[in-house]
Design a protein around this ligand. Structure first.
Ligand code: GLN
Length: 458
């Protein structure tokens, strides 16, 4: 069921946009948003109403994670480092949506620089789960997931480097997808780890996710890693698919209710005429270790640009250049940002590069080979998104390793550049949402979404 279609061609874009802004303000207590882009949004709504802007999303309000460069409010990446940063240009993804008439109404909270899995690492406060305010929203795109779940807007953009769209989608009971690496241009999005960063979205149906991704997809001269648009191919669900249930994700370490919901989803797939068999990827036991070497390495390189000279925050009262760099970085970054910069610098340093970074890259190649091998037989893989439903706010903050362990099911698809989505698969006894993950071969994104749409569980 598409929610976006209720907005397209609505009598008045101004009324739709005003209603969305009001709803955002009324739900302020979730702290899902860092800013509203109200003036610009209303101006654009009036242009739609006057027929000056048209397109497939004319008048449809949306929200972006605050690591997308967008006009109308600062782009903070939820960090003190970029607290006052006004984007000089807009991300390609935002430009493409605007070209179809969509209207950005605000910017959503995240873990600073997208480092995290709970939106507790924001410099501007924690976002609360849409279903239970004592629980985390998930992350790092927690704010975007919550605004989609609260139906403030019919879709919201996020980024997913190791699970940051899929896990919060699962924690808040909405659809969320990271497409094949390179599907959507990363130009104008604050970089985290360039070899796994992807742009994707949240919505309340798989159809809406497909619509938005289809608009954003395609090659961009400003991002050399983008692929030509393949989204229009294979949009009909292929009957009688062979699907692999990932055995390593169904062990006793995973909450029993998560396993039960996954098993029920598998039953739905079977009832829809697909065949599901258990499969194994032995390299999965090394993926967290690979991820937390490769990703910090790339972070340490990408975040080197924030030195207090060229961008963002600059510390006061320093007398040397080294002090300016050091103090600006110390005060502008959150603890988790610094931890990753330090791990990354360490694994890249001479003497440790061979022992850590290079080994991790070799292991990554083996993981990719194992996925490729499975995709010779299977059309898609299925499993949980997260070992638990949304955990309590503060529960994992004192133990970074425990927080990293929660990413075990989402990082594999990221390291292999595969499309992966989270689809709602029911709730636990307390009503907390649980998501199921579908992973496909590269460029099978539309097919994966069609599969999810054909077995919607409510
Ligand atoms: N939770 C993961 C991490 O902390 C994923 C983050 C992301 O995808 N941006 O790295």
């Amino acid at each position: 069921m598409s929610n976006i279609s209720n907005f397209v061609g609505a009598q008045s874009a101004r009324i739709s946009v005003e209603a969305a802004i009001k709803k955002a303000k009324d739900n302020d207590n979730y702290h899902a948003l860092l800013s509203l882009t109200e003036d610009r949004a209303l101006e654009r709504a009036d242009m739609v109403d006057r027929g000056e802007i048209t397109g497939k999303l004319a008048g449809v309000p949306f929200i972006v994670k605050d690591n997308f460069l967008a006009f109308g409010a600062p782009t903070t990446a939820a960090s003190k480092m970029l607290e006052d940063f006004q984007a000089p240009l807009q991300a390609t993804a935002v430009e493409k949506l605007e070209a179809e008439g969509a209207i950005c109404i605000g910017k959503a909270n995240l873990d600073a620089f997208a480092h995290g899995g709970s939106t507790e690492n924001s410099a501007f406060g924690v976002t609360k789960n849409a279903i239970d305010q004592t629980r985390v929203a998930g992350g790092s795109s927690g704010g975007s997931a919550v605004v989609a779940a609260l139906d403030i807007v019919p879709f919201a953009l996020g980024t997913d480097t190791g699970g940051s769209i899929r896990q919060p989608a699962s924690f808040n009971g909405v659809y969320g997808m990271k497409p094949t690496y390179g599907t959507v241009s990363r130009y104008g999005v604050v970089a985290m780890a360039s070899s796994t960063d992807t742009i994707g979205c949240f919505a309340t149906s798989a159809e809406d996710v497909a619509l938005v991704l289809g608009i954003m997809a395609g090659s961009d001269d400003k991002d050399m890693t983008t692929l030509p648009d393949f989204f229009a191919e294979n949009t009909q669900v292929k009957p009688g698919q062979k699907i692999g249930l990932i055995k390593e994700f169904m062990t006793d370490d995973v909450d029993s209710v998560v396993r039960e919901r996954t098993t029920q989803y598998v039953a739905e797939l079977t009832a829809a005429g697909h065949t599901v068999e258990e499969v194994s990827l032995p390299m999965l036991r090394y993926t967290l270790a690979m991820y937390y070497i490769i990703v910090p390495a790339e972070i340490s390189s990408n975040l080197a640009r924030y030195d207090g000279v060229r961008y963002g925050y600059r510390a006061e009262g320093v007398s040397t250049l080294a002090e300016l760099y050091g103090k600006s970085r110390d005060e502008g970054f959150m603890t988790e940002n610094k931890r990753r910069i330090m791990i990354g610098s360490y694994v890249l340093s001479s003497g440790f590069f061979d022992a850590y970074y290079q080994q991790a890259q070799k292991a990554r190649t083996l993981l990719i080979e194992q996925f490729n091998e499975l995709f010779q037989t299977y059309d898609a893989l299925v499993g949980p998104v997260s070992p638990t439903p949304a955990f309590g706010i503060g529960e994992n903050t004192s133990d970074p390793v425990k927080m990293y362990l929660a990413d075990v099911m989402t990082v594999p698809a990221s390291l292999a550049g595969l499309p992966a989505l989270s689809a709602p698969a029911g709730t636990d006894e307390a009503g907390l949402p649980i998501g199921v993950q579908l992973i496909g071969r590269q460029r099978s994104d539309a097919q994966l979404l069609a599969l999810a749409a054909s077995v919607e569980v409510n």
